[in-house]
Structure formats: C-alpha cells, structure tokens
Design a protein around this ligand. Sequence first.
Ligand SMILES: Cc1cc2nc3c(=O)[nH]c(=O)nc-3n(C[C@H](O)[C@H](O)[C@H](O)COP(=O)(O)OP(=O)(O)OC[C@H]3O[C@@H](n4cnc5c(N)ncnc54)[C@H](O)[C@@H]3O)c2cc1C
Length: 292
Amino acid sequence: MLLPMFDFHEPTSIDEACEIMATYGAKAKLLAGGTDLMVNMKKKILAPEHLVCLSRISSMQGIEEKGDQIIIGGRCTVAELAVESLVEKKLGALRAGANALGSPLVRNRATIGGNIGSARPAADLPPSLIAYGATAMLESRRGKRALPLGDFFKGPGFTEIDVDEILTEIRVPVPGPGEGAGYINLGVRKAQDCNIVNVASFIALDEKDGCVKKARIVMGSVGPTPLRAAAAEAVLIGQKPDQRLFIKAGEAARQDCTPIDDFRGAASYRKAMAGVLTKRTLDIAYRRAVGA
Ligand SMILES: Cc1cc2nc3c(=O)[nH]c(=O)nc-3n(C[C@H](O)[C@H](O)[C@H](O)COP(=O)(O)OP(=O)(O)OC[C@H]3O[C@@H](n4cnc5c(N)ncnc54)[C@H](O)[C@@H]3O)c2cc1C
C-alpha cells in the first residue's frame, strides 16, 4: 500500500511549527511517531497535503517535575514513559498504561501527544491522565491555552484542538500524601490489539478521618470518549474506603457506561468488566494512597 503524495516539513521549534500550521490549516497534519497517522494514510482514510514532523523540536521532549506538577513533553515516547523513574515513582497508573500500549516496537515510536491526538476511545494513556487531573497545553500562532484533558475529547477521532494547534506538553499534578491512582486494561491479546475495557481510578483521602474526599474514575472503550463514572465517584465521596465500598462503586460504574457490541466483546460483557476493573483499580489507588 503506497502513501498518498504530501509535502514534508521538519520545523526545529514550536514557533516554526505553529507558523506552518497557521499557513496550511486543515490541509496539514502533525506527525509524531506516525503509528496511527501512517496507518490511516496507507488505508486512504486520511490524505493530508502537508505533514509537519515534530521529531526535531527538542523542547517538546522530556519529563520533569516543576513545583507541584510533572511536565511531560508532547512528543515524549510511550517507551520513555514506561521506563522514566519519575513516572514509576509518582504516576504509577500512567506507567501501567504506557506498559500496556502495543508492543516494544510501537512504544518506541508512539508518543503521548499522538495517543491523545488520535482520540481513540480505547487508547491506553487518556484514562489515567484524566484521573490524575492532567491539563493539555496547546499552542498556535494565536497564542497558548490550557485545556483540562477531561474536556478535551469530543468523539472517536475528534477533539477540542483547532486545526492550527499543537499539544506541546501535558501537565500532571503531583499526587500528594493520601492520594493514589491505578490503571488496568483488558484486551483480547497481550499486545497489538484494542482494549475491550480500560479503567483508571484516582482517590484522595481526608488526612483527618481517612474518608474519600476526591475521586475520579475514568473508563475507556465503553463510550465514544473516555467516560467519567460519576455515579461510582458519588458512591465513594465521604465514605471510609473498604472492599464493600469499592464493590459498590464498581456496580455503580456499570450504569455509568454506554458500550457497544463488537467483535472484541459484547456490551453486556464490557459493562460487567467496567465494574470489575473499577473495583480493582480502586484497590490499587487505595494501596498507593496509604503507601502500602
Ligand atoms: C500495531 C499497533 C498497536 C497499537 N496498540 C495500541 C495500544 O495497545 N494502545 C493504544 O492506546 N494505542 C495503540 N496503537 C495506536 C497508536 O500507536 C497510539 O495511539 C500512539 O500513541 C499514537 O502516537 P503517535 O506518536 O504514533 O501518533 P501519530 O500517528 O504521529 O499521530 C496521531 C494523531 O495525533 C496527532 N498528533 C500527534 N502529535 C500531536 C501533538 N503533539 N499535538 C496535536 N496533535 C498531535 C496527529 O496529527 C494524528 O492526527 C497501536 C498502533 C499500532 C500500529
């Protein structure tokens, strides 16, 4: 399968990339690892006239802690997320998502910006990023803006990014004492296939009485975008965490999702598994929150 014809641009700075995106607008596509875009171009689903490659923009690389945030460059690879000690120590749920994504070959090329930008409902990184309360930093010639990742996705393949904008970095609040998150994905095979259900849960415990004061549960593959499990979160707030409570939250999460039947799994199976994974990710989040 041949690729359609396109002009190739290799900017070396964000400003230069913004300039090119402003010039070509909807005729241009950003190219990061290419593991999603190239497949779509080979299948003739997309045929951009201009590809704007991000690989020479060094300011979009790296992972660092700044104050109360961890800043992840938009073209940081999934392989880097999987091995970076800061991610392992402080963002265990994101690391689990990175380790679950594709194969080593795919992880070496795939980027966090591309995983978010492709807006696949079954993607491995958005659920934990949303659960942590991450913000996407977007840049264009018109300026910069910060968008909470929870407000970012509009539907399969559709996001709030304007055609000339670049996701330059992701900012994740550093989990404090009494806070923790977990992520689990369920797929047909170990690698190279879409998830059937994937869930991330974050909880924050009240330091005085140990009750849950904040909860964010995000389910993937059970709706057109990553979905917040609002009813499950409501079950948790103000309660002492224990197994019974987490099972109850899992039951509520089933009602929070709207999965479809497809060849990977029936809607009823997906609903049931959304409940199971919610309970299990809450177990992990709780253990991390209490440092167990
Ligand atoms: C064999 C195989 C297995 C896979 N398995 C998984 C899996 O298990 N889990 C999973 O989640 N995904 C999987 N994928 C999908 C894909 O690898 C990931 O979504 C990957 O993270 C995409 O990143 P990329 O850098 O390659 O994106 P690209 O293909 O370069 O880009 C994808 C989209 O995002 C846009 N984009 C890229 N960077 C930016 C940016 N900085 N700002 C704004 N828009 C941007 C592009 O314009 C394009 O529309 C798999 C793909 C393949 C081919």
